[in-house]
Design a protein around this ligand. Structure first.
Ligand code: GBH
Length: 496
């Protein structure tokens, strides 16, 4: 069971945002319409074997043509805010140079529609769909891409600055580097392993330059960036497992968060060969670590880590640097191995459902970064295959997605408890939670096989059907509104 919507609503502080999130490439479709230039993802997805069953992103949710209907569904849901991303190549077809007015106009219409319906816009500048022309020039391996993102931010600031309440410069650079450049599972499909480090730095620099451009334009909205955070949990108390978990923590969490929040890469990263052989100006760190109005955190799950197979999986130098003189350490082998959680509920992606680790994530963040700005959970959600139940007499469809609903309820509860009075991450000023996602959508290399939506999408008819989780979120928002109304009435009654 999960907490009732009424009891959960009672935990929500004033001015806390309840929202939903999407990303352009995952929902829009219309990849060749109105002058949109190609993105690297268009080409990657078209290569046989890149996407499950070679599914195509060409139509996705057809949001480009159904935007007003989708906003109406958000209005009905009652959300405070909608987090969406810009398709960079719709606005700037080659990622540099002239702007495409028809592309700019789409987000003009979206922003106006949101505001007309009382929904506060949160705009992500970059959610992975790099313009193809930039990928052809090396993508994030090329320092120039960071400057291009800065320029794109200036274009967006001028066009939309008056209407955007929250800006998110980039989403999850960790996933772009790991999947796009280290393992080759995402666009641009490079498997560079440790040689992918420049893509970390250039994305962070791109964030910093975009932030600078938004500040220079004087946009009134709040500005932040989003990193994904997964607590790394050693499989056993074996010191080698612990070291492997620490290495994974460095590679997936700290290398992205430390520079932004402390202005410095972790010492172990600075000591590595791949770091010293990568030349970059010291001044970059000041650009990367400019103050943020909020820090965006995507939390999905913890990761259980064991030492990799093979002799000497943890290099001796690493073991020593982590404070261990293990004789087992040598060279060769893979340093880490991701393990399963046999006792946990598992999503259709294979991800463990562990709401208690939401608390761990927030606690670790608060301890690691004492000067953390206000935090917003910019994504959280779960993929489960849905069953559509049809009531024959009324011909209405019902989608009983109890597990997704419970995932969301438990995670929002955990985040509120951890940051509430007496919580383990009480020092964090938590400002909101955005459900991933409004709609079932194109889940990158998993195609349409991993539905995360509060709304079911039939990818043949493109019909949207609210799931039980949609009605639950609606109820939570209604209950929260009742609390707010009551509090306002009490405050007014107490005024002299
Ligand atoms: C997010 O990615 C994306 O922002 C969004 O576009 C996507 O649709 C959504 O989530 C659902 O996938 O620490 O090595 O074990 C989240 C992708 C995948 C990132 C798992 C962290 C674990 C890597 N996450 N990954 S590891």
């Amino acid at each position: 069971m999960h907490i009732s919507a009424k009891d959960l609503a009672a935990l929500i502080p004033a001015d806390f945002t309840l929202g939903v999130a999407t990303a352009a490439f995952q929902i829009e479709g219309a990849l060749t319409e109105d002058g949109r230039g190609p993105a690297g993802w268009d080409v990657f997805a078209a290569k046989p074997g890149s996407i499950v069953e070679d599914q195509s992103p060409a139509v996705a949710c057809d949001h480009y043509h159904r935007m007003p209907q989708d906003v109406a569904l958000m209005k009905q849901l009652g959300v405070d805010s909608y987090r969406f991303s810009l398709s960079w190549s719709r606005i700037q077809p080659t990622g540099s140079g002239p702007v495409n007015p028809a592309g700019l106009a789409f987000y003009d219409r979206l922003l106006d529609e949101l505001l007309a319906n009382g929904i506060s816009p949160m705009l992500t500048l970059y959610h992975w769909d790099t313009p193809l022309a930039l990928d052809d020039a090396g993508g994030w391996m090329n320092r120039d891409t960071a400057y291009r993102l800065g320029e794109f931010a200036a274009i967006a600031a001028e066009a939309y600055g008056d209407r955007v309440a929250r800006w998110c410069t980039i989403n999850e650079p960790a996933t772009v580097t790991t999947n796009g450049y280290t393992l080759g599972l995402h666009s641009p499909g490079e498997a560079l392993m440790l040689n992918a480090f420049p893509t970390v730095h250039h994305q962070l620099l791109g964030h910093g330059l975009a932030l600078q451009a938004l500040r220079a334009a004087g946009v009134p909205g709040e500005i932040g960036m989003t990193n994904v955070y997964s607590p790394m949990v050693p499989k056993t108390i074996n010191p080698l497992d612990k070291i492997s978990a620490s290495l994974m923590d460095l590679a997936q969490n700290r290398v992205y968060a430390d520079p932004v929040l402390t202005g410095k890469y972790p010492d172990l990263v600075r000591a590595a060969k791949f770091f010293s052989s990568f030349e970059h100006p010291d001044e970059d760190m000041a650009i990367i670590s400019q103050p943020l109005d909020f820090y965006g955190l995507n939390y999905y799950m913890p990761t259980k880590v064991a030492v990799g197979p093979g002799e000497g999986a943890v290099p001796a130098s690493m073991a020593e640097a982590m404070g261990s003189d293990l004789s087992a350490a040598g060279s060769g082998g893979t340093p880490f191995h991701v393990e399963t959680w046999p006792e946990a509920d598992i999503t259709s992606y294979g991800w463990p459902v562990k709401p208690e680790y939401m608390k761990v994530a927030l606690k670790e963040m608060s301890e690691r970064y004492p000067n953390l700005p206000p935090v917003i959970i910019t994504e959280g959600g779960a993929s489960f295959e849905d069953i559509i139940v049809r009531d024959k007499s009324t011909n209405t469809a019902f989608i009983p997605d109890e597990r997704r609903l419970k995932y969301l309820s438990d995670h929002i509860q955990a985040a509120l408890e951890a940051t509430g009075p007496g919580g383990e991450a009480e020092s964090i000023d938590l400002r909101g939670y955005y459900v991933w996602s409004l709609l079932d959508n194109f889940e990158w290399s998993a195609g349409y096989k991993q539905p995360f939506g509060l709304l079911h999408v039939n990818f043949e008819t493109l019909e949207r059907t609210p799931k039980a989780s949609y009605f639950w979120f609606q109820e939570l928002i209604e209950e929260r509104n009742l609390v707010t109304v009551a509090e306002t009435a009490v405050a007014q009654a107490m005024e002299p």
